[in-house]
Ligand binder design. Sequence first.
Ligand SMILES: [Zn+2]
Ligand SMILES: [Zn+2]
Length: 187
Amino acid sequence: MRSITKLELQYAHRFYKFQGEAQYLHGHTGILTLEVEDSIEPGVNMVYPCNEIQKVAWNVLKNFDHALILREDDPLLPAILGVYEKQGIKDGAPSNKMKGPAFRTELATAYPDCRLVVTKETMTVEGMIKMVYELLKDKLNIVKITFTSGVNAATQEYAPGKSIDRCPLCGVALVNGVCPKCGYRKA
Ligand SMILES: [Zn+2]
Ligand SMILES: [Zn+2]
């Protein structure tokens, strides 16, 4: 069975060198749907608590929220960093609190201090799905990701991974046989 959850991400981007309006900087509210598949954990009668899927995903994905997402070869990148630098906000600001841990994958690098994500490919809805899968595939048994942003939408399915041991009291993934939430220990 599947547990399905949605997250909202507000971001600015552009399609560098794309022949259309999207080559200009603009913003979106994107809706990300994550589908996690596994057996039902009998203790909680759930595959995985949806609010816990949100927590795991948000911890990483909040770096995309209220962020600027630019391709690595986009000349806006040095220009914007120059402005942030002059303004003294490049390396953080007291009001910039919603930061996840910085990450670097094959497809994306997050700079949470200046709310910037630099991507290898153009950040289309398809591109976002690839980045999200890469960031979350080892944390959750993701079998489907859907991302919609304005009139654009894309979806991708993945082969189900192995079953993850979950806490019979909380439903969250056990870490080395111990529940990180309640301390339950697998016998
Ligand atoms: Zn757009
Ligand atoms: Zn627990």
